[in-house]
Structures are given as structure tokens and as C-alpha cells.
Design a protein around this ligand. Structure first.
Ligand code: AP5
Ligand code: MG
Length: 259
């Protein structure tokens, strides 16, 4: 880990180090299921890759952004707060996000591993994930979908998604066949997210730089980070990810290795 002069940061670093060493103490002969963490700035393509992993490898996509947007649409007391924070481009409290992830990952479909799209985003969340992986005998690998900041605005402002199946489109790079409706659900008008405006994207990028980029160093230091050039075609990026997962020993949900 990087040395830090901030006493709080030192404590967090030490805690993360000790969790990591506990992880590598796990008997290597036990085949561990994988938790794939997708890290990337807003609009980098985490959701696009997570959907491909779900479709082609049978790994459930766990998107904290989507789950929080679903909470925001409810009539619960917490919904108003989630709506306001998401719309601001800042992060929801660690406490709430962790509870949401704990509940979702405890379900049966996650036993064989899963993809985390947009989680962890803070050191506190990363610590929680190490504990969860340790308890469930799962192994964490992280993939950074790397895209330079000037491209991200076009990706995010151009994004549209289907409210029925979640399919992600882009008016510049991946337009639907017919304007503003999903190819698979012609009755469904595509959604333009409230936080996909140039002003909100600036805030989201700043939040990413301050709170999420430190995780890159963490996963790098523990040698669990793959760098993916996110400026290529989505299928080309996926092919590289697929290859890395095969090398790491991941199998599809039907038990087939995909070499
Ligand atoms: P979230 O929904 O996770 O948003 P985000 O991180 O800002 O990421 P995006 O969903 O905008 O982008 P993406 O990387 O998924 O890109 P996509 O594949 O869609 O979070 C929203 C908010 O929820 C946060 O701001 C926060 O408030 C809250 N939140 C969520 N998780 C949290 C957490 N853990 N802790 C606290 N708060 C949390 O692609 C984008 C566009 O580009 C699409 O149009 C797509 O078609 C296109 N595209 C994708 N790949 C390519 C490619 N290779 N080439 C060309 N175009 C591409
Ligand atoms: Mg997303």
C-alpha cells in the first residue's frame, strides 16, 4: 500500500492490508467463485460490460446505481433523500449502499459469483466487500474501464436506457433502430437519466476523482486490478475481459470453461 501521512488514512490502509492478507491465506486449492468489481468514471461503460457478463457468463449484474434509482421511485421515507442525492451527482451514504448490497448479494443467485457495477466507490465500501468475500469464500478481482474524461460527457449525455429491460443505448454510438424506443420493447420510451446533464456530469466526475479513484491504488497494490482500455468497441473490451477471466480460472454458470 502507499504510505500516507494522514493518520486516518493509515488506519484504513492497515485495515485493508490485513483483510487482504486474510484473503490470500484462504486455501488456494479451494476453487473460489468470483466477485468482479467494475470500476470506472461516470459513462465509462461499467453497465454495458456488466450486462454482457450477465448475458454471456451468467453472472448477476449488481448495479448500485440501478438499485438506488429503484428505491428513489418508491414511496418510502428514504426515497426522497436518495432522489435528491442521486440528482446532485454526489454519493449516497456508505451505510445505506452497504445495506442494499448486503441484502442483494445474500440471495441464492449470487452464490456462484456476481458482477458489481458501481460498487465499491469508497474505501469504507471496499472494506465491507473484503469482509463479505472472506465470509462467503469468494475472490475479488477488479477491472478498471478506463476512458479519458473528455469522452465521458458525450457518452453520458447521449445515453438512453430501456425502462423495461435496462438495455443501454447511445444516440451517438449505439442508437436504437427507431428513435427513442427500445429495439426489444417498442412500447417503451427510452429514459434519459436526470443526472446525465453536462453540469451533473462535472459533479459526478469530481466525486469519482475524490472518492473512487483511491480504490484503483488499492486494487493495484493488492495485484487484483485489470486495466481495460474503455475507448474501444464494447465487444472488443468484453473479449479482453472474457480472456482475463478465463486465465483467472472463471467458468460460466453451466460449468464450462470458455477457452
Ligand atoms: P451509477 O448509475 O453507477 O452511475 P455512474 O457511476 O455515474 O456510471 P454510469 O451508469 O453513468 O456509467 P456506466 O459506466 O455504467 O456507463 P454505461 O455502460 O451506461 O450511479 C449513479 C448515482 O447513484 C451516483 O452518482 C450516486 O449518487 C449513486 N450511487 C451508485 N452507486 C453508489 C455507491 N456504491 N455508493 C454511493 N452512491 C452510489 O455507458 C454509458 C454510455 O456510453 C451508454 O450510452 C453506452 O451505450 C455508451 N458506451 C458504453 N461503452 C461504450 C463503448 N465501448 N464505446 C462507445 N460507447 C459506449
Ligand atoms: Mg451504469
Amino acid at each position: 500500500m502507499k504510505a500516507s501521512s494522514d493518520p486516518e488514512a493509515v488506519c484504513v490502509d492497515e485495515e485493508l492490508d490485513s483483510l487482504f492478507y486474510r484473503l490470500i491465506e484462504v486455501d488456494e486449492s479451494i476453487a473460489l467463485n468470483m466477485i468482479i468489481v467494475l470500476i470506472g468514471a461516470p459513462g465509462a461503460g461499467k453497465g454495458t460490460q456488466a450486462r454482457l457478463l450477465e448475458e454471456r457468463r451468467g453472472l448477476p449484474q449488481i448495479s448500485t446505481g440501478d438499485m438506488l434509482r429503484a428505491i428513489a421511485r418508491t414511496e418510502t421515507p428514504i426515497a426522497k433523500e436518495v432522489r435528491a442525492v442521486q440528482a446532485s451527482g454526489k454519493l449516497i451514504s456508505d451505510d445505506l449502499v452497504i445495506r442494499v448490497v448486503q441484502e442483494r448479494t445474500s440471495r441464492e443467485d449470487c452464490k456462484g459469483g456476481f458482477v458489481l457495477d458501481g460498487f465499491p466507490r469508497t474505501i469504507v465500501q471496499a472494506t465491507m466487500l473484503e469482509n463479505l468475500a472472506f465470509e462467503q469464500h469468494q475472490k475479488v478481482v477488479a477491472a478498471l474501464v478506463d476512458v479519458q474524461f473528455d469522452l465521458l460527457e458525450m457518452r453520458a449525455t447521449g445515453r438512453r436506457s430501456c425502462p423495461v429491460c435496462g438495455e443501454i443505448y447511445n444516440i451517438h454510438f449505439k442508437p436504437p433502430q427507431k428513435d427513442n424506443v427500445c429495439d426489444l420493447h417498442p412500447e417503451a420510451e427510452l429514459i434519459h437519466r436526470a443526472d446525465d446533464t453536462p453540469e451533473k456530469i462535472k459533479v459526478r466526475l469530481a466525486t469519482y476523482e475524490q472518492q473512487t479513484q483511491p480504490l484503483i491504488d488499492y486494487y493495484e497494490a493488492s495485484k487484483r486490478l485489470w486495466h481495460l482500455d474503455g475507448t474501444r468497441e464494447a465487444d472488443v473490451i468484453y473479449a479482453e475481459l472474457d480472456k482475463l477471466l478465463n486465465q483467472e480460472g472463471h467458468q460460466t454458470s453451466d460449468g464450462e470453461a470458455r477457452n
